[in-house]
Design a protein around this ligand. Structure first.
Ligand SMILES: Nc1ncnc2c1ncn2[C@@H]1O[C@H](COP(=O)(O)OP(=O)(O)OP(=O)(O)O)[C@@H](O)[C@H]1O
Length: 459
């Protein structure tokens, strides 16, 4: 009895000899012998689209029967040619996926190699360099437990906004698992890569090999599962991968930008499976954690940045850690540059960096920004504004700056006093009262305050 694979490969070899390359590539290579029944002289060919079907019915079917007889003495009289939707879906999926991947490519993504090249882990993502704070400690704890072999949170789903450390934690889980047991099969993959791997395998007829690689994983890490949305065939494959891994007590960690129930066009059975274990969110780091992250980066880069500059950046950049890192990289370059000139990075330098990165406008108004603006407006120095001089040309701008700090920021009176060279809160109170009273009748002060507010607000 002739085996289906043998029959197919003998016949396609003959087609390759007989046909030109474009015809072979377009119509023979994408087709597949779904089944054949020697006793009934029947064969079923699956093709990806209507054009191929027509070609097969009109031209290749008769050649197929001739080749079947010549190569394997198989007598086939009835050839059924069908379009198989999944193949059509798959081709659409890979195209859609490639478009998405190229749009969403981030720096470093290109280093994520394909499955065959190893586990895809990046050694720089480890637990040691992950700063733990109130908004990520649960995720950190669960990821650490999974890396140590716990099956309690299986699957573990880490979800949250962009740049908050999901990939870092997930990769750290893989790296630490391998430290604990180097013989484990750990695989990290983005959901786009899973899709592409699967589609290429279908095209190349190597799905079994691929399944073996994925389904035998002891720890499978799948990043950005929200991109499985709408990819029916990939979801089907992922469903089986998921079941197989949990079936042999393997662990799965996934990340997503939202909860599975909020991912559109995700099969219900996947939604429910994704929530079997633990879903834990990662939120924006709070002020203290942002400071700790910056200090950690400074230590790692071996650069010294003044504490007040670190705090200034942490205050201004509160969106996500990736943005914080982006600012820090610029500060680090400047720090190295200044260091050689025996200087450090100042708040002014940091302000410029933020402005260049277009972060300043989005940020909260700070006391130092108010001081800078007021000093410039009255053409006096910041140190005079913060100092103790009692002459009129300095006192009035100082009181205006204190008034604006009270008006435009959330700082307390003692805090404002501290920022003005360590003055008492009663001095700030006196200043704000004085300016408020002057505003009732003094036209000049009214105009000055209006102009300054505009400058500070960036209007
Ligand atoms: N708590 C943290 N401590 C130290 N570094 C962090 C922390 N959180 C994030 N990072 C760093 O911030 C950068 C962005 O993090 P990561 O890529 O893990 O974000 P993500 O949540 O996966 O984002 P996305 O959804 O865009 O893929 C990385 O360089 C990461 O190392």
């Amino acid at each position: 009895m002739v085996e289906r694979n043998t029959l197919w490969s003998d016949i396609t070899d003959r087609f390759r000899e007989e046909l030109g390359r474009p015809s072979y590539d377009n119509f023979i290579q994408p087709a597949r012998l779904a089944s054949f029944d020697a006793s009934q002289h029947n064969a079923v060919i699956e093709v990806p689209n209507e054009l191929s079907r027509e070609r097969w019915l009109n031209t290749y079917s008769s050649q197929f029967t001739t080749f079947a007889f010549e190569t394997n003495q198989m007598l086939l009289s009835n050839i059924d040619v069908r379009i198989v939707e999944p193949v059509v879906d798959l081709i659409e999926e890979i195209e859609k996926n490639n478009r998405l991947s190229s749009q969403q490519m981030r720096p470093g993504d290109s280093t994520k190699t394909t499955l065959k090249h190893g586990n895809n882990l990046d050694a720089k993502y480890i637990f040691d360099t992950f700063v733990v704070g109130a908004t990520n400690q649960l995720a950190y704890g669960a990821a650490l437990a999974v890396s140590e072999g716990s099956l309690e949170y299986n699957p573990l789903l880490l979800y949250g906004g962009v740049g908050l450390g999901k990939t870092h934690l997930m990769q750290a889980t893989g790296n630490n698992a391998l430290v604990n047991n180097p013989n484990q099969r750990v695989l990290y993959v983005t959901s786009e890569q899973f899709t592409n791997d699967f589609i290429s395998a279908v095209r190349n007829g190597t799905t079994e090999k691929l399944r073996e690689e994925y389904r035998n994983a002891d720890l499978l890490l799948v990043d950005d599962v929200q991109f499985l949305s709408g990819k029916e065939s990939t979801q089907e494959e992922f469903f089986h991968t998921f079941n197989d891994i949990l079936g042999h007590s393997g662990r799965i960690v996934m990340t997503s930008d939202r909860l599975p129930k909020d991912i559109p066009d995700l099969q219900d059975r996947l939604v429910s499976r994704f929530q079997w274990g633990l879903s834990v969110d990662i939120n924006k780091p709070d002020f203290e954690t942002r400071i700790a992250i910056l200090l950690e980066k400074a230590e790692k880069e071996n650069i010294s940045v003044d504490r007040n500059v670190i705090e200034f950046i942490a205050k201004q950049v509160d969106s996500n850690v990736r943005e914080l890192e982006g600012v820090f990289k610029r500060v680090a370059i400047m720090a190295k540059f200044n260091q050689s000139a025996g200087d450090t990075v100042s708040i002014d330098d940091a302000t410029k960096i933020l402005a260049e990165l277009d972060i300043a406008q989005k940020s909260e108004i700070t006391i130092s920004f108010i001081q800078e603006t007021v000093a410039k407006f009255f053409a006096i120095s910041i140190s005079d504004l913060k100092g103790k001089k009692r002459n009129k040309e300095i006192v009035m701008p100082r009181q205006i700056a204190m008034y604006l700090s009270r008006e435009l920021t959330d700082n307390s009176l003692p805090n404002i006093g501290r920022e003005f060279g360590g003055k008492d809160h009663t001095t700030v109170m006196h200043a704000t009262d004085k300016i408020s009273a002057a505003l009732e009748s003094n036209k000049l002060i009214q105009n000055q305050i209006t102009t300054l507010k505009k400058q500070i607000n960036g209007d």
